[in-house]
Unconditional design. Structure first.
Length: 425
């Protein structure tokens, strides 16, 4: 029997999923991560703020992308494929390694679709598991009738193409709901728990880039009033992305992250909605005690203090995807009159990632990207490069007349550059 989601507000359903994921954590993990305040951003996604790492009002922010910026997500496909080949060839000896690779590639492509106009394709891991399970079994059945591997793959692809085009036959195993673009399974099929475990292990436990984690720790000492606030902004199914992030926090409880932004629209569009809806006014901030607020601009610089408040401050977005960075830069221009944030985009480039060779329109200086493919000993650290970007953003603001030349924070940034022996030409 075909089933579809009842007519309940999408954000309400997604928030319940997020709450369930958090509540399923072991008590020790919940204690290490701390309480999480969840605020919906319309149907665009959510902001989660950690109760034990409340951001410092007025200070700068760095928002890190997760996939291929913090975590080697693309690289995790290799062990996933290897484990699938081992499992599939045992279950169906008539399926060889090349066929397994073709099935993984076809179903991966099938499981990516756009849920909202112009938001980009979203990866749906549960759809991937379900369609891969069906495709594997269907291929094995077809080959068992005496047909060739090529014929079997062609039949499977034809079914996937029909479903994706919105013209499935009544015998096809899935179809897309016109209402919410969800993949619906026909009838009742047993879960493939082995495949689910293969995906869970490789999706939730990718290798993390230690140099990126270290940059978070070095900039965001929770005991310092000078700390740079850090957060994550990640695109994809909110509950799926949150599972990955909570796994990272369980394994790295010292990461001083204050906020998690889960978006299922382009990141720039998400940021615009956050600003226009005033979501952050619902989130608490810490303030520097009056007797300590004498540190040359590194304290509370404004009465707001939220991430995109009216107070003058820098927000750096560190991401590997130039399309997202271009969208963020364009969106920042649209809301610059209602936010005091100077939004700065910095691109991460690593070997073997999906976006490695994609062009970018927003990288305009030698400090606008960090190319990890050719870094050498003695190069500026990630936190050093982010500091340089903060300085250059304030410098440009003064040159453009948006910031007064006596701005105390400029002096503080210059002192910090000098302390780190960073000389700019």
């Amino acid at each position: 029997m075909d089933t579809e989601t009842p007519n309940i507000d999408r954000s309400t359903i997604e928030k319940r999923k997020l709450e369930a994921i958090i509540n399923e954590l072991p008590p020790e993990a919940q204690e290490a991560i701390g309480p999480l305040q969840i605020e919906p951003v319309g149907n665009a996604g959510f902001i989660l703020q950690r109760g034990n790492h409340i951001p410092m009002a007025g200070n700068d922010w760095v928002l890190y992308d997760y996939d291929d910026t913090i975590a080697a997500t693309t690289e995790s496909k290799k062990p996933r494929l290897e484990q699938f080949i081992e499992y599939s060839t045992q279950e169906f000896p008539n399926i060889d390694q090349a066929t397994c690779e073709a099935l993984m590639k076809a179903t991966d492509k099938f499981s990516r679709w756009e849920e909202q106009a112009d938001a980009g394709k979203n990866y749906h891991p549960h759809a991937h598991v379900n369609t891969l399970d069906w495709a594997m079994r269907k291929t094995g059945e077809i080959i068992a009738t005496g047909k060739s591997t090529e014929e079997a793959l062609a039949e499977v692809q034809a079914v996937l193409d029909r479903i994706q085009a919105g013209t499935p036959s009544e015998d096809d195993p899935f179809y897309f709901s016109e209402k919410d673009k969800k993949l619906i399974q026909r009838g009742i099929r047993a879960r493939n728990e082995t495949l689910e475990q293969i995906f869970a292990n490789t999706l939730a436990h990718p290798d993390l880039y230690d140099d990126v984690l270290e940059s978070m720790r070095s900039m965001s000492n929770p005991d310092s009033i000078h700390r740079t606030n850090t957060g994550i902004i990640t695109y994809g199914e909110p509950h799926f992305q949150l599972r990955k992030l909570l796994t990272m926090l369980k394994e790295n409880p010292d990461l001083p992250l204050s906020q998690i932004m889960l978006t299922n629209v382009s990141k720039g569009d998400f940021i615009k909605q956050v600003i226009k809806m005033g979501i952050e006014k619902k989130l608490p901030v810490d303030y520097v005690p009056a007797h300590l607020d004498n540190d040359g601009g590194f304290g509370s610089l404004g009465s707001g203090g939220q991430l995109f408040s009216e107070s003058q401050h820098n927000v750096i977005i560190f991401d590997d995807d130039p399309k997202q960075l271009d969208n963020i830069a364009a969106s920042a221009q649209e809301v610059k009159d209602i936010s005091g944030a100077r939004v700065i985009t910095v691109r991460s480039i690593r070997t073997g990632t999906k976006a490695e060779h994609k062009p970018s329109q927003t990288v305009t200086s030698e400090y606008g990207s960090i190319d990890f493919r050719n870094r050498q000993e003695g190069d500026l650290s990630i936190s050093d490069i982010l500091l340089v970007n903060r300085y250059l953003a304030v410098k440009k603001g003064i040159e453009d007349g948006d910031i007064p030349p006596t701005y105390e924070y400029m002096q503080s940034l210059q002192q910090e550059l000098s302390k780190r022996n960073i000389q700019l030409t």
